[in-house]
Design a protein around this ligand. Sequence first.
Ligand SMILES: *Cc1c(COP(=O)(O)O)cnc(C)c1O
Length: 486
Amino acid sequence: MAIKGGNRNTAKLLMERSVPGRMGSVLPGLDVPPHPLPAAALLRDDLPLPEVSEPEVVQYFTGLSQLNYSIDTHFYPLGSCTMKYNPKINDEVSFLPGFAGIHPLQPAEVSQGALELLYRLQEFLREITGMAGTSLATLAGAHGELAGVLMMRAYHQARGDTARRKMAIPDSAHGTNPASAAMAGFEVVTLRSDASGNVDLNALHELAGPDLAGVMITLPSTLGLFDTQIVEVCRVVHQAGGLVYGDGANMNALVGRAKLGHLGFDVVHLNLHKTFSTPHGGGGPGAGPVCCGETLLPYLAAPVVVQDSDGTYRLTAPEHSIGKVSGFHGNFGVLVRAYTYIRTLGEAGIRAISGNAVLNANYILEKLKDIYHLPYDRRCMHEVVFSADWHKARGVSGLEIAKRLLDYGFYAPTMYFPLIVPEALMIEPTESETRETLDAFIQALRDIDREIADNPEQVRQAPHTTPVTRLDEARAARQPDLRWRP
Ligand SMILES: *Cc1c(COP(=O)(O)O)cnc(C)c1O
Protein backbone atom coordinates (compact mmCIF):
# COMPACT_ATOMS: atom_id res chain seq x y z
CA MET A 1 0.00 0.00 0.00
CA ALA A 2 1.41 3.35 -0.97
CA ILE A 3 1.48 5.92 1.78
CA LYS A 4 1.17 9.61 0.97
CA GLY A 5 2.84 12.31 2.99
CA GLY A 6 6.51 12.29 2.07
CA ASN A 7 7.05 15.36 4.22
CA ARG A 8 6.60 13.07 7.18
CA ASN A 9 9.34 10.77 5.97
CA THR A 10 7.10 7.79 5.53
CA ALA A 11 6.50 7.94 1.79
CA LYS A 12 9.23 5.41 1.17
CA LEU A 13 9.21 2.21 3.16
CA LEU A 14 12.36 1.48 5.08
CA MET A 15 13.25 -1.46 2.84
CA GLU A 16 13.02 0.75 -0.24
CA ARG A 17 15.59 3.16 1.22
CA SER A 18 18.15 0.44 1.68
CA VAL A 19 21.59 1.20 0.22
CA PRO A 20 24.10 -1.69 0.29
CA GLY A 21 26.75 -1.12 2.92
CA ARG A 22 24.99 1.75 4.72
CA MET A 23 24.90 1.20 8.47
CA GLY A 24 23.02 2.62 11.42
CA SER A 25 25.36 1.29 14.06
CA VAL A 26 28.84 -0.09 14.40
CA LEU A 27 29.44 -3.20 16.47
CA PRO A 28 32.39 -3.11 18.89
CA GLY A 29 35.44 -5.20 17.99
CA LEU A 30 35.40 -8.86 19.05
CA ASP A 31 37.03 -9.26 22.48
CA VAL A 32 35.93 -12.86 23.30
CA PRO A 33 36.92 -16.12 21.64
CA PRO A 34 34.85 -16.74 18.48
CA HIS A 35 32.19 -19.41 18.81
CA PRO A 36 31.80 -21.98 16.03
CA LEU A 37 28.71 -21.44 13.85
CA PRO A 38 25.80 -23.91 14.14
CA ALA A 39 25.25 -26.55 11.44
CA ALA A 40 24.81 -25.10 7.97
CA ALA A 41 21.22 -26.41 7.80
CA LEU A 42 20.31 -24.01 10.60
CA LEU A 43 21.77 -21.00 8.86
CA ARG A 44 20.23 -18.69 6.29
CA ASP A 45 22.29 -17.57 3.34
CA ASP A 46 20.51 -14.31 3.09
CA LEU A 47 18.60 -12.08 5.50
CA PRO A 48 17.20 -9.06 3.68
CA LEU A 49 17.29 -6.31 6.31
CA PRO A 50 17.23 -2.66 5.33
CA GLU A 51 20.65 -1.06 5.27
CA VAL A 52 19.94 2.44 6.47
CA SER A 53 21.41 5.14 8.70
CA GLU A 54 20.23 5.79 12.24
CA PRO A 55 18.54 9.14 11.43
CA GLU A 56 16.60 7.45 8.64
CA VAL A 57 15.29 4.84 11.06
CA VAL A 58 14.34 7.44 13.65
CA GLN A 59 12.65 9.68 11.07
CA TYR A 60 10.80 6.75 9.55
CA PHE A 61 9.35 5.41 12.79
CA THR A 62 8.64 8.85 14.25
CA GLY A 63 6.85 9.67 11.00
CA LEU A 64 4.77 6.50 11.27
CA SER A 65 3.85 7.32 14.86
CA GLN A 66 2.45 10.66 13.68
CA LEU A 67 0.18 9.30 10.98
CA ASN A 68 -2.65 8.63 13.40
CA TYR A 69 -5.01 11.14 14.89
CA SER A 70 -4.72 11.19 18.66
CA ILE A 71 -5.85 13.30 21.54
CA ASP A 72 -2.29 14.57 21.87
CA THR A 73 -2.32 15.92 18.32
CA HIS A 74 -5.93 16.71 17.39
CA PHE A 75 -9.38 17.62 18.67
CA TYR A 76 -11.21 14.32 19.10
CA PRO A 77 -14.98 14.78 19.01
CA LEU A 78 -15.81 11.07 18.85
CA GLY A 79 -19.07 10.66 20.78
CA SER A 80 -19.81 8.08 23.44
CA CYS A 81 -16.36 6.54 23.54
CA THR A 82 -14.26 9.67 23.57
CA MET A 83 -10.72 9.66 24.75
CA LYS A 84 -11.11 12.34 27.38
CA TYR A 85 -8.48 14.59 28.93
CA ASN A 86 -5.65 12.40 30.18
CA PRO A 87 -3.29 14.54 32.27
CA LYS A 88 0.30 13.37 31.98
CA ILE A 89 0.73 13.53 35.75
CA ASN A 90 -1.47 10.42 35.98
CA ASP A 91 1.02 8.46 33.92
CA GLU A 92 3.91 9.76 35.99
CA VAL A 93 2.27 8.63 39.21
CA SER A 94 1.46 5.19 37.85
CA PHE A 95 5.11 4.84 36.78
CA LEU A 96 6.37 5.39 40.36
CA PRO A 97 8.50 2.33 41.14
CA GLY A 98 6.38 1.35 44.17
CA PHE A 99 3.29 1.15 41.91
CA ALA A 100 4.84 -0.04 38.66
CA GLY A 101 7.01 -2.73 40.24
CA ILE A 102 4.48 -4.28 42.62
CA HIS A 103 3.37 -7.89 42.10
CA PRO A 104 -0.24 -8.93 42.71
CA LEU A 105 0.88 -12.02 44.65
CA GLN A 106 2.82 -9.96 47.20
CA PRO A 107 1.28 -10.48 50.64
CA ALA A 108 -0.98 -7.79 52.07
CA GLU A 109 1.57 -6.86 54.77
CA VAL A 110 3.95 -5.51 52.16
CA SER A 111 1.24 -4.04 49.88
CA GLN A 112 -0.53 -1.75 52.31
CA GLY A 113 0.07 1.39 50.23
CA ALA A 114 -1.39 -0.14 47.07
CA LEU A 115 -4.33 -1.60 48.98
CA GLU A 116 -4.99 1.76 50.61
CA LEU A 117 -5.07 3.40 47.17
CA LEU A 118 -7.56 0.78 45.93
CA TYR A 119 -9.67 1.20 49.05
CA ARG A 120 -9.79 4.97 48.69
CA LEU A 121 -10.64 4.70 45.00
CA GLN A 122 -13.49 2.29 45.84
CA GLU A 123 -14.77 4.90 48.30
CA PHE A 124 -14.48 7.79 45.82
CA LEU A 125 -16.39 5.90 43.14
CA ARG A 126 -19.00 4.77 45.65
CA GLU A 127 -19.47 8.40 46.65
CA ILE A 128 -19.55 9.69 43.06
CA THR A 129 -22.22 7.15 42.07
CA GLY A 130 -24.18 7.34 45.34
CA MET A 131 -23.86 3.60 45.88
CA ALA A 132 -23.01 1.31 48.81
CA GLY A 133 -19.99 -0.59 47.52
CA THR A 134 -17.48 -0.87 44.67
CA SER A 135 -15.45 -3.64 43.04
CA LEU A 136 -12.48 -2.57 40.95
CA ALA A 137 -11.73 -6.01 39.53
CA THR A 138 -13.40 -5.65 36.12
CA LEU A 139 -11.18 -4.77 33.19
CA ALA A 140 -13.50 -2.99 30.74
CA GLY A 141 -16.92 -1.43 30.49
CA ALA A 142 -18.46 -4.54 28.98
CA HIS A 143 -16.77 -6.63 31.66
CA GLY A 144 -18.37 -4.43 34.34
CA GLU A 145 -21.74 -4.93 32.63
CA LEU A 146 -21.31 -8.69 32.71
CA ALA A 147 -20.38 -8.62 36.41
CA GLY A 148 -23.34 -6.34 37.15
CA VAL A 149 -25.93 -8.48 35.38
CA LEU A 150 -24.46 -11.62 36.98
CA MET A 151 -25.00 -9.92 40.35
CA MET A 152 -28.62 -9.24 39.36
CA ARG A 153 -29.02 -12.88 38.40
CA ALA A 154 -27.49 -14.05 41.70
CA TYR A 155 -29.91 -11.80 43.59
CA HIS A 156 -32.99 -13.25 41.87
CA GLN A 157 -31.72 -16.80 42.22
CA ALA A 158 -31.01 -16.38 45.93
CA ARG A 159 -34.66 -15.42 46.36
CA GLY A 160 -35.83 -18.41 44.33
CA ASP A 161 -37.25 -15.95 41.81
CA THR A 162 -36.10 -17.96 38.81
CA ALA A 163 -38.87 -16.96 36.41
CA ARG A 164 -37.17 -13.60 35.88
CA ARG A 165 -35.48 -14.26 32.56
CA LYS A 166 -36.07 -11.01 30.69
CA MET A 167 -33.70 -8.06 30.51
CA ALA A 168 -35.21 -4.96 28.94
CA ILE A 169 -32.77 -2.72 27.07
CA PRO A 170 -33.61 0.55 25.25
CA ASP A 171 -33.33 0.61 21.47
CA SER A 172 -30.70 3.36 21.79
CA ALA A 173 -28.34 1.23 23.92
CA HIS A 174 -24.68 0.49 23.29
CA GLY A 175 -24.30 -2.95 21.71
CA THR A 176 -22.41 -4.32 24.71
CA ASN A 177 -25.57 -4.10 26.86
CA PRO A 178 -27.58 -6.79 25.06
CA ALA A 179 -24.40 -8.85 24.60
CA SER A 180 -23.66 -8.83 28.35
CA ALA A 181 -27.26 -9.67 29.27
CA ALA A 182 -27.30 -12.55 26.78
CA MET A 183 -23.95 -13.86 28.08
CA ALA A 184 -25.41 -13.90 31.58
CA GLY A 185 -28.26 -16.05 30.27
CA PHE A 186 -31.01 -13.45 30.04
CA GLU A 187 -33.47 -13.05 27.23
CA VAL A 188 -33.02 -9.57 25.80
CA VAL A 189 -36.16 -7.57 25.05
CA THR A 190 -36.09 -4.16 23.40
CA LEU A 191 -37.48 -1.19 25.24
CA ARG A 192 -38.77 1.54 22.92
CA SER A 193 -37.76 5.17 23.26
CA ASP A 194 -40.51 7.77 23.00
CA ALA A 195 -40.59 10.70 20.58
CA SER A 196 -38.57 12.91 22.92
CA GLY A 197 -35.83 10.31 23.37
CA ASN A 198 -36.83 9.12 26.86
CA VAL A 199 -37.73 5.52 27.74
CA ASP A 200 -41.31 4.97 26.57
CA LEU A 201 -43.19 4.50 29.85
CA ASN A 202 -46.08 2.67 28.20
CA ALA A 203 -43.67 0.15 26.70
CA LEU A 204 -42.03 -0.25 30.10
CA HIS A 205 -45.37 -0.93 31.80
CA GLU A 206 -46.06 -3.67 29.26
CA LEU A 207 -42.78 -5.38 30.11
CA ALA A 208 -42.89 -4.87 33.88
CA GLY A 209 -44.14 -8.28 34.99
CA PRO A 210 -43.08 -11.32 37.04
CA ASP A 211 -40.64 -12.42 34.31
CA LEU A 212 -38.72 -9.12 34.24
CA ALA A 213 -35.26 -9.47 35.79
CA GLY A 214 -34.41 -5.86 35.19
CA VAL A 215 -33.60 -3.08 32.77
CA MET A 216 -30.26 -1.75 31.59
CA ILE A 217 -30.38 2.01 31.18
CA THR A 218 -27.69 4.37 29.95
CA LEU A 219 -27.89 7.77 31.59
CA PRO A 220 -27.41 10.14 29.90
CA SER A 221 -28.73 7.99 27.06
CA THR A 222 -26.63 7.43 23.97
CA LEU A 223 -28.72 10.19 22.40
CA GLY A 224 -26.88 12.46 24.83
CA LEU A 225 -30.11 13.11 26.70
CA PHE A 226 -31.00 12.99 30.37
CA ASP A 227 -34.12 10.86 30.71
CA THR A 228 -36.42 13.24 32.58
CA GLN A 229 -38.60 10.33 33.76
CA ILE A 230 -35.75 8.24 35.13
CA VAL A 231 -37.03 8.20 38.72
CA GLU A 232 -40.37 6.90 37.48
CA VAL A 233 -38.62 4.29 35.30
CA CYS A 234 -36.76 2.95 38.36
CA ARG A 235 -39.96 2.98 40.43
CA VAL A 236 -41.92 0.97 37.85
CA VAL A 237 -39.15 -1.63 37.55
CA HIS A 238 -38.76 -2.00 41.31
CA GLN A 239 -42.48 -2.27 41.84
CA ALA A 240 -42.52 -5.17 39.38
CA GLY A 241 -39.71 -6.87 41.35
CA GLY A 242 -36.93 -6.06 38.87
CA LEU A 243 -33.60 -4.31 39.26
CA VAL A 244 -32.13 -1.34 37.42
CA TYR A 245 -28.70 -1.53 35.82
CA GLY A 246 -26.94 1.73 34.93
CA ASP A 247 -24.47 1.91 32.07
CA GLY A 248 -22.20 4.64 33.42
CA ALA A 249 -19.49 4.35 30.78
CA ASN A 250 -19.70 8.08 30.11
CA MET A 251 -20.30 9.91 33.36
CA ASN A 252 -18.74 13.23 32.53
CA ALA A 253 -22.15 14.87 32.24
CA LEU A 254 -23.16 13.83 35.76
CA VAL A 255 -20.08 13.60 37.98
CA GLY A 256 -20.34 15.88 41.00
CA ARG A 257 -23.99 16.72 40.25
CA ALA A 258 -26.28 13.69 40.01
CA LYS A 259 -25.77 10.26 41.56
CA LEU A 260 -27.27 7.21 39.91
CA GLY A 261 -27.76 5.55 43.31
CA HIS A 262 -29.98 8.43 44.44
CA LEU A 263 -32.06 8.21 41.28
CA GLY A 264 -32.92 4.56 41.92
CA PHE A 265 -30.25 2.52 40.12
CA ASP A 266 -29.17 -0.72 41.83
CA VAL A 267 -25.86 -1.29 40.08
CA VAL A 268 -23.73 0.70 37.68
CA HIS A 269 -20.40 0.32 35.92
CA LEU A 270 -18.00 3.15 35.17
CA ASN A 271 -15.42 3.28 32.40
CA LEU A 272 -12.31 4.67 34.04
CA HIS A 273 -10.82 4.80 30.53
CA LYS A 274 -13.52 7.22 29.41
CA THR A 275 -14.52 9.37 32.34
CA PHE A 276 -11.59 9.04 34.72
CA SER A 277 -8.70 9.65 32.42
CA THR A 278 -6.84 6.67 31.12
CA PRO A 279 -5.81 6.89 27.47
CA HIS A 280 -8.44 4.95 25.59
CA GLY A 281 -8.04 3.35 22.24
CA GLY A 282 -6.31 0.58 20.41
CA GLY A 283 -7.87 -1.87 22.83
CA GLY A 284 -5.40 -0.87 25.54
CA PRO A 285 -5.91 -1.60 29.22
CA GLY A 286 -9.12 -0.31 30.75
CA ALA A 287 -11.13 -0.62 33.92
CA GLY A 288 -14.88 -0.92 34.37
CA PRO A 289 -15.52 -0.87 38.13
CA VAL A 290 -18.95 -1.92 39.36
CA CYS A 291 -20.71 0.05 42.08
CA CYS A 292 -23.89 -1.28 43.69
CA GLY A 293 -26.51 -0.38 46.26
CA GLU A 294 -27.31 -2.23 49.50
CA THR A 295 -29.51 -4.82 47.74
CA LEU A 296 -26.69 -6.19 45.64
CA LEU A 297 -23.81 -5.65 48.07
CA PRO A 298 -23.56 -9.33 49.13
CA TYR A 299 -23.15 -10.37 45.48
CA LEU A 300 -20.47 -7.86 44.51
CA ALA A 301 -17.64 -9.18 42.30
CA ALA A 302 -14.47 -10.16 44.16
CA PRO A 303 -12.04 -9.13 45.40
CA VAL A 304 -12.83 -5.94 47.28
CA VAL A 305 -10.50 -4.15 49.68
CA VAL A 306 -11.66 -3.68 53.28
CA GLN A 307 -10.09 -1.80 56.15
CA ASP A 308 -9.89 -3.56 59.53
CA SER A 309 -10.37 -1.82 62.85
CA ASP A 310 -6.60 -1.64 63.36
CA GLY A 311 -6.34 0.39 60.16
CA THR A 312 -4.82 -2.31 57.94
CA TYR A 313 -6.17 -3.17 54.52
CA ARG A 314 -6.86 -6.61 53.05
CA LEU A 315 -8.65 -8.23 50.13
CA THR A 316 -11.84 -10.11 50.70
CA ALA A 317 -14.94 -11.44 48.93
CA PRO A 318 -18.48 -10.36 49.88
CA GLU A 319 -20.61 -13.11 51.43
CA HIS A 320 -22.42 -14.29 48.28
CA SER A 321 -20.01 -12.79 45.76
CA ILE A 322 -20.41 -13.84 42.13
CA GLY A 323 -16.70 -14.63 42.55
CA LYS A 324 -13.52 -13.52 40.89
CA VAL A 325 -13.96 -11.90 37.50
CA SER A 326 -10.31 -11.41 36.55
CA GLY A 327 -6.91 -12.83 37.35
CA PHE A 328 -6.03 -10.50 40.19
CA HIS A 329 -7.37 -7.16 41.42
CA GLY A 330 -8.08 -5.27 38.21
CA ASN A 331 -5.84 -3.19 35.97
CA PHE A 332 -3.82 -1.55 38.70
CA GLY A 333 -2.08 1.05 36.52
CA VAL A 334 -5.45 2.32 35.29
CA LEU A 335 -6.75 2.46 38.85
CA VAL A 336 -3.74 4.54 39.94
CA ARG A 337 -4.45 6.99 37.11
CA ALA A 338 -8.10 7.35 38.09
CA TYR A 339 -7.16 7.86 41.73
CA THR A 340 -4.63 10.53 40.78
CA TYR A 341 -7.17 12.24 38.53
CA ILE A 342 -9.81 12.40 41.26
CA ARG A 343 -7.33 13.58 43.89
CA THR A 344 -5.90 16.27 41.60
CA LEU A 345 -9.33 17.66 40.75
CA GLY A 346 -10.99 17.45 44.14
CA GLU A 347 -14.70 17.89 44.64
CA ALA A 348 -14.95 21.27 42.92
CA GLY A 349 -12.88 20.05 39.98
CA ILE A 350 -15.04 16.96 39.52
CA ARG A 351 -18.11 19.16 39.48
CA ALA A 352 -16.49 21.46 36.93
CA ILE A 353 -16.04 18.48 34.58
CA SER A 354 -19.77 17.98 34.20
CA GLY A 355 -20.44 21.71 34.00
CA ASN A 356 -17.97 22.20 31.16
CA ALA A 357 -18.81 18.96 29.33
CA VAL A 358 -22.48 19.91 29.13
CA LEU A 359 -21.77 23.55 28.32
CA ASN A 360 -19.41 22.64 25.47
CA ALA A 361 -21.83 20.17 23.89
CA ASN A 362 -24.72 22.62 24.06
CA TYR A 363 -22.54 25.35 22.56
CA ILE A 364 -21.98 23.14 19.52
CA LEU A 365 -25.66 22.22 19.43
CA GLU A 366 -26.74 25.86 19.33
CA LYS A 367 -24.14 26.91 16.78
CA LEU A 368 -24.95 24.17 14.29
CA LYS A 369 -28.60 23.31 14.64
CA ASP A 370 -29.64 25.76 11.91
CA ILE A 371 -27.77 23.73 9.28
CA TYR A 372 -27.44 20.24 10.80
CA HIS A 373 -30.68 18.47 11.61
CA LEU A 374 -31.17 17.99 15.36
CA PRO A 375 -33.68 15.13 15.70
CA TYR A 376 -34.23 15.64 19.44
CA ASP A 377 -34.39 19.37 19.84
CA ARG A 378 -33.79 19.72 23.56
CA ARG A 379 -30.88 20.49 25.83
CA CYS A 380 -28.23 17.80 25.51
CA MET A 381 -25.78 16.50 28.07
CA HIS A 382 -22.11 15.74 27.30
CA GLU A 383 -22.73 14.99 23.63
CA VAL A 384 -25.01 16.10 20.84
CA VAL A 385 -26.45 13.80 18.18
CA PHE A 386 -27.18 15.42 14.82
CA SER A 387 -28.56 13.66 11.77
CA ALA A 388 -27.01 14.27 8.35
CA ASP A 389 -30.31 13.35 6.66
CA TRP A 390 -30.75 16.90 5.30
CA HIS A 391 -27.32 16.56 3.70
CA LYS A 392 -28.06 13.05 2.48
CA ALA A 393 -31.04 14.52 0.64
CA ARG A 394 -28.56 16.92 -0.99
CA GLY A 395 -26.42 13.97 -2.07
CA VAL A 396 -23.72 13.79 0.63
CA SER A 397 -23.80 11.27 3.49
CA GLY A 398 -22.83 11.54 7.14
CA LEU A 399 -19.84 9.34 6.45
CA GLU A 400 -18.59 11.72 3.76
CA ILE A 401 -18.97 14.72 6.06
CA ALA A 402 -17.00 12.87 8.72
CA LYS A 403 -14.26 12.02 6.20
CA ARG A 404 -14.09 15.63 5.05
CA LEU A 405 -13.54 16.76 8.64
CA LEU A 406 -10.24 14.87 8.57
CA ASP A 407 -9.03 17.28 5.88
CA TYR A 408 -9.82 20.15 8.23
CA GLY A 409 -7.59 18.59 10.88
CA PHE A 410 -10.32 17.20 13.12
CA TYR A 411 -10.99 13.63 14.04
CA ALA A 412 -14.42 12.36 12.95
CA PRO A 413 -17.46 12.22 15.22
CA THR A 414 -19.06 8.84 15.96
CA MET A 415 -21.20 7.94 12.94
CA TYR A 416 -24.35 5.90 12.47
CA PHE A 417 -24.82 5.38 16.22
CA PRO A 418 -27.20 5.38 18.03
CA LEU A 419 -29.02 3.21 15.53
CA ILE A 420 -32.35 4.98 15.98
CA VAL A 421 -30.99 8.17 14.39
CA PRO A 422 -30.50 7.87 10.61
CA GLU A 423 -27.16 9.30 9.39
CA ALA A 424 -26.22 9.99 13.00
CA LEU A 425 -23.28 12.29 13.72
CA MET A 426 -22.60 12.04 17.43
CA ILE A 427 -20.32 14.80 18.64
CA GLU A 428 -18.69 14.92 22.03
CA PRO A 429 -16.46 17.93 22.57
CA THR A 430 -15.45 16.92 26.14
CA GLU A 431 -14.92 19.20 29.07
CA SER A 432 -11.35 20.09 28.33
CA GLU A 433 -11.38 21.83 24.94
CA THR A 434 -11.09 25.59 24.58
CA ARG A 435 -13.67 27.93 23.08
CA GLU A 436 -11.24 28.59 20.19
CA THR A 437 -11.04 24.88 19.33
CA LEU A 438 -14.81 24.51 19.48
CA ASP A 439 -15.25 27.57 17.24
CA ALA A 440 -12.80 26.21 14.70
CA PHE A 441 -14.62 22.87 14.68
CA ILE A 442 -18.01 24.55 14.27
CA GLN A 443 -16.60 26.65 11.44
CA ALA A 444 -15.30 23.51 9.72
CA LEU A 445 -18.74 21.90 9.82
CA ARG A 446 -20.29 25.12 8.47
CA ASP A 447 -17.67 25.27 5.72
CA ILE A 448 -18.39 21.66 4.76
CA ASP A 449 -22.10 22.47 4.55
CA ARG A 450 -21.17 25.29 2.16
CA GLU A 451 -18.96 22.99 0.10
CA ILE A 452 -21.86 20.58 -0.30
CA ALA A 453 -23.72 23.40 -2.03
CA ASP A 454 -20.76 24.67 -4.09
CA ASN A 455 -18.60 21.63 -4.79
CA PRO A 456 -20.12 18.39 -3.50
CA GLU A 457 -17.48 16.23 -5.23
CA GLN A 458 -14.87 17.77 -2.96
CA VAL A 459 -16.73 16.31 0.01
CA ARG A 460 -17.68 13.02 -1.65
CA GLN A 461 -14.05 12.24 -2.47
CA ALA A 462 -12.69 13.21 0.96
CA PRO A 463 -10.32 12.82 2.67
CA HIS A 464 -7.70 14.40 0.41
CA THR A 465 -4.89 15.10 2.84
CA THR A 466 -4.57 11.91 4.91
CA PRO A 467 -1.85 9.31 4.25
CA VAL A 468 -4.44 6.77 3.14
CA THR A 469 -7.96 7.61 2.01
CA ARG A 470 -10.97 5.31 2.00
CA LEU A 471 -10.13 1.96 3.54
CA ASP A 472 -12.14 -1.22 3.55
CA GLU A 473 -12.39 -0.84 7.33
CA ALA A 474 -13.46 -4.38 8.17
CA ARG A 475 -10.72 -5.86 6.00
CA ALA A 476 -8.10 -3.49 7.37
CA ALA A 477 -8.97 -4.62 10.89
CA ARG A 478 -9.33 -8.33 10.19
CA GLN A 479 -6.61 -8.91 7.64
CA PRO A 480 -4.04 -6.22 8.28
CA ASP A 481 -1.21 -6.26 5.77
CA LEU A 482 1.81 -5.92 8.02
CA ARG A 483 4.54 -7.64 6.03
CA TRP A 484 6.83 -6.13 3.50
CA ARG A 485 7.35 -8.32 0.47
CA PRO A 486 9.86 -7.47 -2.21
C1 LIG B 1 -17.74 2.34 25.70
C2 LIG B 1 -19.05 1.98 26.17
C3 LIG B 1 -19.29 0.69 26.71
C4 LIG B 1 -18.27 -0.45 26.70
O1 LIG B 1 -17.04 -0.16 27.29
P1 LIG B 1 -15.74 -1.02 26.91
O2 LIG B 1 -14.70 -0.61 27.90
O3 LIG B 1 -15.40 -0.65 25.51
O4 LIG B 1 -16.10 -2.46 27.04
C5 LIG B 1 -20.56 0.43 27.19
N1 LIG B 1 -21.53 1.36 27.15
C6 LIG B 1 -21.34 2.59 26.64
C7 LIG B 1 -22.47 3.58 26.63
C8 LIG B 1 -20.10 2.95 26.13
O5 LIG B 1 -19.89 4.17 25.61
